[in-house]
Ligand binder design. Structure first.
Ligand code: SAH
Ligand code: SF4
Ligand code: F3S
Length: 476
């Protein structure tokens, strides 16, 4: 692959944005000194962990500008939607929820509404917002993230709408403020963008080409996270196995993992996502030999039929994939394996879909994330002919879930009665009287215990298993 220049944003640009942050903070402080109340911001995130990570930067900037976190939209002075374009229903949800903000803006015209992220990186969506969603004040794409302070300042100063969808490939910026969700686990982006151009996927068009952060910057961030008390790090990228290919001194992803594991205080390291074509023996060996790297791998297969895989431009066959899985299982027999599956890719027949079920039965994933194919305008698959009807696709989808749910439950049943080390993350989202944490394999375990356990490792005996989670009791 040709070497590309690493596109780190110049320190002057970062400094200029920090000055804007300071200026807005001073304005907000003056406003409080004159009897006003502290302003609040609400950031809603759609889509993948990359967006979650970007939203942590957006809120980091807002926090430095003097905004507190609003617990609901109604009390916010600024609302930002960070959007996802990966499937049509993700987009429809955003348009629907944006429409619902119209009445808030009518009641409080000083409310600032911003929309950013992958959907906005597409001209047609940005244009639709400009024309039909006049209550939206600010629109910016993924490549404009680091210019958010000056874009917001323009909205505030000029009281006008601002739309910034720059075409240039995104850059990397270091030293931006980040405010993370509570708990002992942190997401750290190690690379951005994607070069793979799977024929169904919009991500390469809205996120630009692959670019890696320097190992030095990543280690600096992880070291400061450890000092803040974080115990678990998940390294993020659309295809982490490509990490370093654009860096001149060339560390690869396995090297990076080893370095991250050396940081004192960090006990667990996870990563996602890996592309099956790029997962190397070196990475498998590194995972197997380093005790801090969690034995958990998300390795999306997407489909099981070779013709379909080829049309998807995935660049591996079912046999290549299964061979890699065998290698991984041989080195790490207890590994948790997960996958993404697309049902009803254009031209996929019912017979071809059987190959996907065959992969599920052979690999025996712990969990899968499954999607019915959604046409993304501008991608090669958007012009391919379909052969299954929507009803037939739904039938295939139900069968897929039926096969997988049984496997997921069986895999969890094998854990019944076992004692497992769980990192307590907080209270359960569905029952605030119980604590929730994860095993090394990333399985959610709910158990009773006191608040001081949050952020700590506890040994839990599994007493009850479900398809999606485990229940347990602390053992001394
Ligand atoms: N980079 C990651 C994930 C990208 S998006 C990877 O390669 O695995 C997350 C998932 O969304 C994909 O794995 C795929 O299963 C699904 N997806 C992407 N485009 C889609 C589309 N047009 N229709 C349905 N599912 C899609
Ligand atoms: Fe999309 Fe494929 Fe890139 Fe994943 S690897 S983001 S599925 S193009
Ligand atoms: Fe969606 Fe963008 Fe992630 S399209 S899946 S939020 S990279």
């Amino acid at each position: 692959m040709s070497q590309r220049k690493n596109t780190v944003l110049s320190p002057e640009i970062v400094e200029a944005q920090k000055k804007v942050i300071d200026r807005i903070r001073i304005q907000n402080e003056e406003q409080i000194a004159n009897g006003g109340i502290r302003k609040k911001a609400f950031v809603e995130t759609y889509g993948c962990q990359q967006n979650v990570s970007d939203s942590e930067i957006i809120f980091g900037m807002l926090s430095q500008m003097g905004y507190d976190k609003a617990s609901e939209k109604e009390e916010a002075d600024i609302i930002i939607y960070n959007t996802c374009a990966v499937r049509e229903n993700a987009e429809l949800k955003v348009f629907g929820n944006l429409g619902a903000l119209k009445h808030l803006k009518a009641k409080r015209p000083e409310l600032i509404i911003g929309v950013c992220g992958c959907m906005m990186q597409q001209k047609s969506n940005a244009e639709q917002i400009r024309k039909k969603y006049k209550h939206v004040d600010l629109v910016f794409g993924t490549h404009s993230l680091y210019y958010f302070p000056s874009l917001l300042a323009e909205v505030i100063d000029k009281n006008s709408r601002v739309i910034d969808v720059r075409e240039t490939d995104g850059a990397i910026a270091e030293d931006y403020p980040v405010v993370r969700a509570e708990g002992p686990c942190a997401w750290v982006s190690v690379m951005y963008g994607c070069n793979n151009f799977c024929s169904y996927c919009i991500v390469p068009y809205v996120r630009g080409r692959e670019r890696s952060r320097s190992m030095e910057a990543i280690i600096k961030e992880v070291t400061s996270l450890a000092a803040e008390g974080y115990k678990e790090i998940t390294l993020l990228g659309q295809n982490v196995n490509s990490y370093g290919k654009d860096l001149s001194d060339g560390p690869d992803f396995a090297d990076l993992l080893n370095e991250v594991c050396k940081v004192d205080g960090i006990e667990r390291v996870r990563f996602m996502t890996s592309h099956p074509k790029d997962i190397s023996d070196k990475l498998i060996d590194t995972m197997a030999s380093n005790p801090k790297i969690c034995k958990q791998l998300h390795l999306p297969v997407q489909a099981g039929n070779n013709r379909v895989l080829q049309t998807m431009n995935r660049r591996y066959t079912k046999e290549d994939y299964l061979e890699k899985i065998e290698k991984i299982k041989a080195k790490m027999p207890d590994i948790t394996l997960t996958s993404d599956i697309i049902v009803g890719f254009p031209g996929e027949t019912k017979e071809e879909f059987e190959d996907t079920l065959d992969v599920l039965r052979k690999v025996r994933y712990d969990t899968i994330f499954s999607f019915i194919y959604s046409k993304r305008p501008g991608t090669p698959a958007a012009t391919m002919d379909d052969c299954l009807t929507p009803e037939e696709k739904k039938e295939c989808f139900s069968r897929l879930l039926e096969v997988q749910d049984k496997i997921s439950l069986e895999k969890n049943q094998a854990l019944s009665g076992k004692e497992m080390l769980v990192l307590t993350e907080g209270y359960s989202k569905t029952d605030s009287s119980v604590l929730s944490g994860r095993t090394e394999g990333g399985k959610i375990v709910n158990f009773r215990g006191s608040e001081e356990l949050i952020g700590k490792f506890v040994k839990v005996k599994i007493t009850e298993v479900r398809t999606w989670s485990l229940l347990g009791e602390i053992v001394d």
